[in-house]
Design a protein around this ligand. Structure first.
Ligand SMILES: [Zn+2]
Ligand SMILES: [Zn+2]
Length: 305
C-alpha cells in the first residue's frame, strides 16, 4: 500500500471512530429525555458498565454509579456503594480486565456510596478519602464501612501506568469532603453527587450548603478542560450543560424562597407556593422533591447553615 492510501485509511478510521462516538453520545442524550420527570417506563435500575472514554467507565444504574479507571497496569474504582454492588462491579470489571485493583476512592461521606469497600481491599486495593470524611465515618459507623487507609488534605494525583487520576477538593458543598475527579487529558469530570443530570434531588440533604454548592459549581464551570460530566446517580454521562443547569436550579430555588419569605410567607404555606421556571419543572423528581428542597433553603436562611 502506498503512503497516500495508508494515510487515507487512517483518516477513514478516525472519522469512523468519531461518528460512532458522536452517535453514542446522541443516543445517551435522547435517552435522558425519555427518562425525565417521573417516568419509570424504562428499566433504569438495571446495572450497566458504560465506557464513556478510553479506559474510563461508569458502573451502576439510576440508584448509584461508580467511576472506574482502567490503565495499562491497574484499576482505580470509586465508591463501592454496598457489598452486593461491590461484588457485581467486581464481576463486571473482570469481564474486561484482570489487572490488579490499586485504589478505591470514596467520593464523599454518604453511606449510599461508601459501603462494601472490603471486597476490593481484600484484593489489595488501598482505600482513600478526603481527611474531612473521617469524622463522619467515625460518628456514623456502619458494619459495611471500611475506614480509609489513607486520607488526603489537598489535591492529589494517583498515577497507575498510563493514567493519572486527579482528586480535587473544592471545600464545602455537598457535605464537606467531596472529591471531584478527572483523568489527565480526558474531557470527563466526575462530579459524583454535586450534579445528578436533569434531576431535582435536593430535598432531603441536611448537610449541604447551597451557597458553597453554587460557588463550587461556578468554579467547575469556569474550567475549560472538560466538556462532559459523570454523576453518582442517574444516567452514565451528560454534557457540561447538565452541571450549568444544576447551578441555575439552585440559584432559582434560593431566589424564589427568599422572594416568598420577603412577602411574609412561612413554612408550609411557603413550601406550597414555590414554583420554579418551566424548564426546572420538567426535570426528573421535581414534584417529589421541590417542597422539601424549598424547606431546606428556608431553614438555611432562618438558621444560617
Ligand atoms: Zn451524597
Ligand atoms: Zn448520593
Amino acid at each position: 500500500m502506498n503512503q497516500v492510501k495508508i494515510k487515507k485509511n487512517l483518516e477513514m478510521n478516525i472519522m469512523k471512530q468519531h461518528y460512532m462516538y458522536t452517535l453514542r453520545s446522541l443516543i445517551l442524550f435522547i435517552l435522558s429525555f425519555f427518562i425525565l420527570k417521573n417516568s419509570y417506563s424504562l428499566d433504569i435500575y438495571k446495572k450497566d458498565m458504560t465506557e464513556v472514554s478510553d479506559g474510563i467507565y461508569s458502573f451502576g444504574s439510576f440508584s448509584a454509579r461508580s467511576f472506574i479507571v482502567i490503565s495499562n497496569t491497574g484499576i482505580i474504582i470509586t465508591d463501592p456503594v454496598d457489598p452486593i454492588n461491590a461484588q457485581e462491579m467486581l464481576k463486571a470489571i473482570r469481564k474486561i480486565s484482570d489487572l490488579p485493583f490499586r485504589y478505591v476512592v470514596y467520593s464523599h461521606q454518604h453511606w449510599d456510596h461508601v459501603l462494601g469497600g472490603k471486597v476490593f481491599k481484600d484484593l489489595g486495593a488501598e482505600i482513600i478519602s478526603h481527611s474531612k470524611c473521617l469524622k463522619h465515618f467515625q460518628q456514623h459507623k456502619h458494619d459495611d464501612l471500611i475506614l480509609p487507609d489513607r486520607t488526603i488534605d489537598e489535591n492529589t494525583s494517583l498515577t497507575i501506568g498510563n493514567k493519572t487520576l486527579n482528586l480535587m477538593y473544592f471545600g464545602k458543598n455537598h457535605g464537606d469532603c467531596t472529591l471531584v475527579m478527572q483523568v489527565d487529558g480526558d474531557d470527563v469530570l466526575y462530579v459524583n453527587d454535586l450534579v445528578t443530570p436533569y434531576s431535582v434531588g435536593l430535598g432531603f440533604m441536611p448537610d449541604y450548603d447551597p451557597i458553597e454548592w453554587i460557588r463550587t459549581l461556578k468554579e467547575l464551570e469556569e474550567r475549560d478542560n472538560w466538556s462532559r460530566m459523570m454523576g453518582a446517580h442517574g444516567i452514565p454521562i451528560a454534557p457540561k450543560e447538565a452541571l450549568v443547569q444544576r447551578r441555575r436550579l439552585l440559584e432559582s430555588l434560593m431566589k424564589e424562597v427568599k422572594k416568598e419569605m420577603d412577602a411574609g410567607y412561612r413554612r408550609e404555606e411557603l413550601y406550597a407556593r414555590i414554583q420554579l421556571e418551566e424548564e426546572f419543572q420538567n426535570m426528573r423528581g421535581y414534584d417529589l422533591h421541590i417542597k422539601r428542597a424549598a424547606e431546606r433553603i428556608f431553614h438555611f436562611y432562618t438558621m444560617g447553615w
